[in-house]
Design a binder for this molecule. Structure first.
Ligand code: PLP
Length: 417
């Protein structure tokens, strides 16, 4: 399938005249439409809630849009909690996914009334000591071994640092009950960026079965099952997009087959999607500023891996559109690079594209999640602005670009600043 951007050349050029490249651009219309579809897909479940994974795109304006669409937030750090609090999320609108979590983070999560998702059995005592045991609590499950959908291996939970073993989670429920917890949830995140409609239904069946057994073994009152994140997006043109309605229907079937007969037909389904909520509705807008002809052909952009780390870190594919050349033949082979002193700072390698001229707008698709947020300051590079394309077509800056004084701010302890 041909990948199409959510904005055309003329409109984008107008925005670039106002805000210089590079910047991440987000599409309010796409975000809202998709959030509504997710809600619709799980509308069969009375307690359903999507807790947007803040780490994917921690911008308060985008979080507010998702809140208006009925989403909560999933946080895993002090600052993510603070940000969520600022936007107005509170109580059970916040999921707090812990792992090697410091005491202050647990304390703020408790203060905000967030649902805490405990990663380990040793954290039961830790939480009791630093913040107290809440009435409602969730435990993260790691089934170990390999996670398969029919015969294909999706991931290896046995090698992952997260979650409790099966005997541990039963023990943790009992310990928590003894310490006053009343209502329970179970959570697992077993594969990332899955581009198959079978991931959630397979995971759901596993968690539903485990929940039924845990209820029998421990007597715990299980109120929700958290399917977490992991639904992917088609970064590549040849990939078939997930059908969220089919995914919701697959989860419903498992629910009817496993939970309802066990008398657990009022259990709420939660999700913590990040990538699926925002990934396709953001792009990185850059300008071609250099060309280089050595053993290969290079185009140098005004953005670098500090603005979008996924290609350098995972060799991830991000589709590229050269604005105004959408229908031109892709008859030039380029490496598209940034300016870091680091040879993996390449957004694309041997990519067939139309001929690129200096000054062309070069847009990287699907940077709406795990894009800006994975940015860093290596080589003294500064983080870019974030711009929101509103539903009425206007553009609004929702984060300014870093300035050198931001980069130097923490050096105020020295004599030089
Ligand atoms: C990262 C993360 C998510 C979101 O993952 P996506 O792949 O963006 O859907 C959800 N829950 C937890 C606990 C996470 O760590």
């Amino acid at each position: 399938m041909k990948k199409k951007l959510f904005i055309d050349q003329e409109h984008l050029q107008n925005i670039v005249n106002q805000y210089p490249t590079p910047f991440h651009l987000y599409d309010e219309h796409g975000i809202r439409e998709n959030a509504r579809k997710v809600k619709q897909a799980f509308s069969w479940n009375k307690g359903f809630k999507e807790y947007f994974a803040v780490k994917a795109t921690p911008n308060p304006v985008l979080m507010k849009i998702l809140r208006e669409e009925g989403c909560g937030v999933d946080c895993s750090s002090l600052t993510e909690l603070m940000l969520s609090d600022k936007v107005g999320f509170s109580g059970h609108e916040i999921m707090f996914s812990s792992n090697a979590t410091p005491p202050e983070d647990f304390q703020l999560a408790r203060k905000l009334g967030a649902i805490i998702n405990l990663d380990d059995i040793t954290h039961v005592d830790f939480l009791e000591r630093v913040a107290g045991i809440p009435e409602t609590i969730c435990c993260r499950y790691n089934p170990g071994g390999e996670f398969k959908i029919s015969t294909s291996i999706m991931d290896k939970p046995g090698d992952a640092k997260y979650g409790m073993t099966r005997p541990q989670i039963a023990e943790a429920y009992k310990m928590l009950m003894a310490k006053g917890a009343k209502y329970f949830g179970i959570h697992a995140f077993l594969a990332s960026n899955t581009v198959t409609n079978d991931y959630y239904p397979t995971l759901a069946a596993l968690l539903f079965q485990t929940a039924v057994e845990l209820k029998q073994e421990t007597g715990a009152d299980i109120r929700f099952i958290n399917l977490s994140g992991g639904i992917g997006i088609p970064y590549r043109p040849e990939q078939e997009p997930n059908d969220i309605l089919a995914i919701g229907e697959g989860v419903r079937k498992a629910y009817e087959e496993i939970l309802v007969p066990a008398g657990m037909g009022d259990v709420a389904i939660f999700t913590e999607l990040g990538r699926f909520m925002l990934g396709p509705y953001g792009c990185l807008v850059t300008t071609a500023i250099h060309e280089k002809h050595i053993y290969k052909e290079y185009i140098g952009l005004d953005a670098c891996a500090a603005n979008l780390m996924r290609p350098a870190m995972y060799g991830a594919y991000h589709h590229i559109t050269v604005m105004g050349k959408e229908d031109a033949p892709c008859d030039h082979k380029y490496d598209i690079t940034g300016s870091l002193c680091e040879n993996n700072d390449k957004f694309a390698i041997d990519r067939m594209l139309p001929k690129i001229e200096i000054g062309d707008l070069v847009v990287l698709h699907d940077t709406g999640a795990h894009g800006f947020s994975m940015g860093y300051n290596y080589n003294g590079k500064l983080r870019s602005a974030e711009i929101l394309l509103r539903e009425d077509g206007s553009a609004e800056m929702i984060r300014r670009a870093e300035r050198p004084e931001d980069y130097f701010a923490t050096l105020d302890v020295t004599e030089f600043f």
